[in-house]
Design a protein around this ligand. Structure first.
Ligand SMILES: Cc1cc2nc3c(=O)[nH]c(=O)nc-3n(C[C@H](O)[C@H](O)[C@H](O)COP(=O)(O)OP(=O)(O)OC[C@H]3O[C@@H](n4cnc5c(N)ncnc54)[C@H](O)[C@@H]3O)c2cc1C
Length: 410
């Protein structure tokens, strides 16, 4: 952490709150534009986390992979933290699968499943490799207030460790000024709430349970999802004999399941999942509520939101962080030529960002909702529609290709 005394009255081109997968990638992009950047992150995981049992993984599509490669982040992800998939299958329980292959669109693969921490750490590795002195990282601090004037945004922060023993936080308070404040601090964004930006959204009735399994079968390069009346069941392959199963169900059911032992969960998986190709053991679990949330504004004066702080969508089609990387790409492209002290140019770039990204993420959210209602619905009419759609896609190569291109971000 940068020393408190160093930060008093500092001025940065950009302050990014949140150095998760999206915020850390945003930092790389802006540091490469020679902007003076400060990242404020609660804690940056130690690299040893990558040796532990994987729990949170994301399907990274081809478009994100391309962008992360261009930023120099992708090469830092080691082989055992990512697993390539070249097939993607989906089907309605007891119906014929619709299988998408990389060859359908002339690519070598369709994407990778990557450990979340590996994506985050790869961005910090690239920052270290750059060895530039225009980036600072601050951890373990609390943001108390955000203010804006025509000239700057100001954060009032205090050291959390001192806060525990000292109730008078003003004595430890630092003021950080910047031309642009980026909120990349996730679904419960403090930047968003301290900037008085409201949200619109709801909680889905379904929650999901993520189960890490240790397998005895070789690495699979296919990811699949079976639609069942109670909610989808999905398989995500990983390396080193691990895979992740995702179990969508009613909130109460997910709660009950998450209280079971690993052995009991294995028995449930054998009962409720399609047959896996070999022996396995459940080794870790985590339950997540599913929420749809959109920030009412992506930009407010000198504050801009990226990633989950701007939007969270149903993870059904694994698009959340991919949309976040699109935010980073668009914002970075628009800021590339901007002199951060030029208010008019900066505000013009921010307004373009909001227009483009809000539209795209609303379209994606709506698509996920239609998908969710179509596939999480047990009404006969809906069942007929979805079986018909899957059959149609199976018959018409052109339609199948279009769906696949959308999924990989092309
Ligand atoms: C079950 C599940 C499965 C998913 N699967 C996929 C998938 O397959 N593919 C996909 O694309 N997406 C998937 N997603 C969505 C994806 O996880 C999110 O979109 C992604 O985590 C968003 O990244 P982010 O960096 O914006 O936010 P986060 O990952 O939430 O990171 C926010 C960062 O900000 C930091 N922070 C927060 N508050 C503060 C503060 N006050 N001060 C300093 N730092 C702060 C946090 O420590 C964290 O590092 C899934 C989501 C769920 C729930």
């Amino acid at each position: 952490m940068t020393k408190d005394s160093d930060l008093k009255q500092q001025f940065y081109d950009v302050v990014i709150v949140g150095g998760g997968m999206v915020g850390a990638a945003q930092a790389v992009a802006l540091v490469k534009q020679q902007k003076r950047v400060l990242v404020i992150e609660k804690t940056i995981p130690d690299a040893s986390v990558l040796q532990q049992t994987p729990l949170r993984v994301s399907a990274i599509n081809l478009a994100s992979e391309k962008y992360l490669s261009a930023l120099g982040i992708w090469p830092h992800i080691n082989q055992s933290s990512k697993c390539m998939f070249n097939q993607l299958a989906t089907w309605e329980q007891r119906h014929k699968p619709l299988v998408f292959s990389a060859e359908d669109i002339g690519t070598e693969h369709l994407g990778h499943l990557v450990k979340n921490e590996a994506l985050q750490l790869a961005a910090f590795d690239e920052i270290n490799a750059l060895g530039q002195n225009n980036l600072e990282i601050m951890t373990g601090c609390k943001i108390n207030k955000i203010e804006q004037t025509n000239e700057q945004a100001t954060l009032f922060v205090s050291d959390m460790r001192n806060d525990k023993t000292n109730t008078n936080s003003n004595t430890n308070s630092n003021t950080i000024n910047c031309s642009l404040l980026i909120g990349a601090d996730g679904a419960f964004s403090q930047v968003r709430s301290l900037s008085d930006i409201g949200t619109t959204g709801w909680d889905y009735q379904q929650h999901c349970l993520s189960l890490t399994i240790k397998t005895e079968f070789p690495t699979q390069h296919i990811t699949w999802q079976e639609f069942q009346p109670s909610g989808p069941k999905a398989f995500l392959p990983l390396e080193d004999g691990y895979s992740v199963l995702i179990w969508y169900d009613q909130a109460s059911q997910v709660k009950e399941l998450s209280e079971l032992s690993n052995e009991q969960l294995k028995a449930q998986v054998l009962k409720r999942f399609p047959a896996l190709v070999g022996e396995f053991d459940v080794v870790a679990k985590a339950a997540f509520p599913l929420t749809r949330r959109q920030a009412n504004q992506y930009v407010k004066g000198r504050v801009v939101l990226v990633g989950d702080s701007a939007h969270t969508i149903n993870p059904l089609a694994g698009q959340g962080v991919n949309i976040g990387y699109k935010d980073v790409e668009e914002l970075s492209k628009l800021l590339a030529e901007v002199d951060m002290s030029e208010r008019a140019a900066l505000f013009q770039a921010l307004s373009k960002y909001e227009k483009t990204r809000k539209r795209e993420s609303l379209i994606m959210s709506a698509a996920m909702d239609s998908f969710y209602s179509l596939f999480s619905n047990n009404k006969t009419a809906m069942k007929l529609v979805r079986t018909g759609l899957l059959n149609l896609a199976n018959k018409f190569e052109w339609a199948k290709k279009q769906v696949l291109k959308k999924a990989v971000g092309y």
